[in-house]
Design a protein around this ligand. Structure first.
Ligand SMILES: Cc1cc2nc3c(=O)[nH]c(=O)nc-3n(C[C@H](O)[C@H](O)[C@H](O)COP(=O)(O)O)c2cc1C
Length: 201
């Protein structure tokens, strides 16, 4: 099978752009993600599934705190793609000049987003290169007047340099993922088993 044969559907499976916020041991961070899906049909027990790459600083904070926030971006917030998605928070404070408040789990809630979901981990599955987190939505809001934005739309709106920086970053990460995605730990996840220091040090 050639990837181009399935590309029209694979490309549509990505979610709207979100800034995933996290907080652990006095550190806060934000990264961009599009691997997010609803994961419950029970209205009073909402859940999400989110995939986070193990090399990300956010992965360490999420494993440590067992919580994260999903801040769905609007068109006026596309600068967050550069600020949160093209660089790591491992050696910088990404939220220093960003307007936010803190949720009940301690994760940042960014001002001006289309919607926000505050999430506590329920389970996790090792994907080799990434971890797939299942989480309860414990708080949130969504504006009926604002629209989320997809990466497909955003690519045509952001400066050429950011697109180029992304192309360069993703080509390196594809090779890292290719080398790690078969290296799966099939041990069942427990909150105690998470070792937040294992990645990205
Ligand atoms: C459009 C876009 C989509 C992304 N989607 C994801 C994703 O779904 N999951 C993920 O772990 N990283 C994703 N990333 C990559 C992270 O945002 C990026 O590696 C970030 O620098 C990690 O930051 P951190 O090291 O501070 O956690 C995406 C980046 C962009 C620009």
């Amino acid at each position: 099978m050639e990837y181009r044969e399935i590309a029209p559907i694979m490309g549509r499976l990505w979610s709207p752009l979100a800034a995933v916020t996290s907080a652990w041991q006095g550190k806060i961070n934000a990264q961009i993600a599009v691997a997010i899906t609803a994961a419950s049909i029970v209205p009073d027990r909402p859940r999400v599934l989110v995939q986070i790459y193990k090399g990300n600083y956010s992965h360490r904070l999420i494993c440590g705190s067992q919580a994260f926030g999903l801040n769905f971006l609007c068109r006026h917030q596309l600068h967050f793609i550069r600020d949160f998605g093209l660089v790591s928070g491992v050696d910088r404070e990404k939220l220093e000049e960003v307007d936010y408040s803190l949720g009940e789990t301690g994760v940042p809630i960014l001002a001006g987003c289309m919607g926000f979901l505050e999430c506590r981990l329920v389970n996790a599955m090792d994907g080799g290169d990434m971890t797939c987190f299942l989480a309860d939505v414990v708080a949130g809001f969504a504006s009926p007047d604002l629209a989320p934005v997809t990466w497909r739309e955003a690519r045509s709106l952001i400066p050429k340099e950011w697109n180029e920086a992304w192309n360069e970053k993703i080509s390196g990460e594809v090779e890292i993922s290719r080398s790690r995605m078969s290296d799966i730990d099939y041990t069942a996840w427990t909150p105690q088993a998470v070792n937040p220091g294992a990645e990205g040090d």
